[in-house]
Design a protein around this ligand. Structure first.
Ligand code: 9MR
Length: 400
């Protein structure tokens, strides 16, 4: 087994991640924000023993891995990945070394799980969740209600009468199946659109909104809580960093969460995707003051904050790899400096670990034909400037 846990006696490791009954943390240093299931706790204990037996770590270039740098500040570092983790040994080993949490990039979406309206296909998701469970990696589930990645059959059968039943049954089956193994769910993903004509800013193109009205959001959270009593239920959204759009998104997001809390909806966390520069290459326009205030307002509502899909779109940066890496790193540095200053931010998950596979390459192909370099590791799994920027941001973060 790889030596990826901090070298602590197993009993101490378990004590540090014990949770208060109200869901808070007994001991904040390594408390993983209610993300650990009972089963994960047992495997953390086992790995603690193995780690203690490992002796001293052989320091990789750049020092201890991101998961340790984060854990030292009471944070969790994770990354998105998918079935390749279970088949590509180099990727799997690298992932286990660097990341303490994992979110399936596609395998828990409707399109992946639902070949037909009355069937489920859990082959890939079961394999991934078993892979993570065997390695003491925390799992985030993504996503139970989203307007994208719906199967082709959906539009043909979902209507105002049937959509609610589909939503409830899907969440019961999926969140129920992985109850105790998924530490946190993105229950509703991207419900807002800053260019919406609606006063509440809800995304008009969402079939869930169209068929069920705004109540679909609370309904999904209630169904998730019924299916899984302990997962941290999260509302996940992007586009809070830059205008155009950010100022309205922040305001609408805060109002939406206020309404959910007022109605007793079981929501515990806000997911901040942080696809940086997705629609705006002018990072100089990052509104650090407004963003920091926004995080403080979310925290004041009693939410944990997770940075859920962090990456840096380098499409507008020069082709030269060194120059580009430096520019990407500086965006990571700017962003994490602000985000991690807010103590309610408990976890940072990058949307992939290595440049070998990134959605940015597929969705934003560069005109010069060069591959995107948006993530901490390069396509050969080597650490680069972005890795250093993330590691240093963890080192400098106030302790949780
Ligand atoms: O990165 C994901 C890509 O591989 C998938 O094809 C796509 C559709 O399932 O989803 C991408 O991930 C998105 C995430 O689920 C929600 N936020 C935006 C992400 C990038 O589009």
């Amino acid at each position: 087994m790889a030596c990826f846990l901090a070298k602590r006696p197993a009993s101490e490791t378990v004590k540090q991640v014990r949770l208060r009954e109200d869901g808070g943390c007994v001991d904040h240093e390594l408390c993983m924000t209610r993300l650990l299931s009972r089963r994960a706790l047992l495997s953390v204990a086992a790995a603690g023993i193995a780690a203690a037996a490992c002796g001293s770590d052989t320091a990789a270039p750049g020092g201890p891995p991101l998961r340790e740098r984060a854990a030292a500040r009471g944070l969790v570092y994770g990354a998105a990945g998918d079935v390749e983790l279970t088949t590509n040994q180099q990727l799997g080993t690298t992932f286990v070394r660097e990341a303490g949490a994992f979110v399936p990039e596609v395998s828990l979406k409707w399109a992946a799980l639902r070949p037909a309206s009355d069937t489920f296909d859990f082959v890939a998701s079961d394999a991934l969740i078993a892979w993570a469970g065997a390695r003491t990696i925390l799992v985030r589930g993504h996503a139970l209600a989203w307007h994208q990645a719906l199967p082709n059959w959906f539009a043909g059968v979902a209507n105002e009468q049937t959509a609610g039943g589909f939503l409830d049954a899907h969440i019961a089956a999926v969140a129920g199946r992985y109850s105790g193994r998924v530490g946190s769910w993105d229950v509703v993903n991207e419900p807002l659109d800053p260019f919406s004509d609606r006063d509440d800013g809800l995304r008009e193109e969402s079939p869930w909104l169209r068929l069920l009205g705004p109540a679909y959001i609370a309904r999904a959270f209630v169904a998730a809580r019924e299916a899984d009593a302990t997962a941290v239920l999260t509302l996940n959204e992007y586009g809070f960093e830059n205008d155009p759009g950010a100022a309205r998104k922040r305001a609408d997001f805060l109002r939406l969460i206020g309404r959910l809390k007022d109605s007793g909806t079981p929501i515990q966390a806000a997911g901040l995707q942080a696809h940086l520069l997705q629609n705006n290459p002018r990072w100089a326009e990052f509104d650090a003051t407004g963003y920091s205030k926004f995080l403080g307002e979310l925290a004041a509502m009693g939410l944990q904050l997770f940075v859920t899909e962090l990456d840096v779109n380098d499409t507008a940066f020069p082709q030269d790899a060194r120059t580009r890496d430096a520019a990407v790193a500086s965006v990571y540095r700017d962003y994490l400096g602000v985000a991690l200053a807010e103590p309610a931010v408990k976890m940072v998950t990058t949307w992939g670990l290595s440049d070998r596979t990134s959605w940015i390459d597929r969705s934003y192909p560069r005109k010069d034909g060069a591959h995107a370099r948006p993530l901490p590791l390069d396509a050969g799994y080597q650490r680069k400037a972005a890795w250093e920027a993330v590691a240093t941001a963890f080192d400098r973060a106030p302790k949780r």
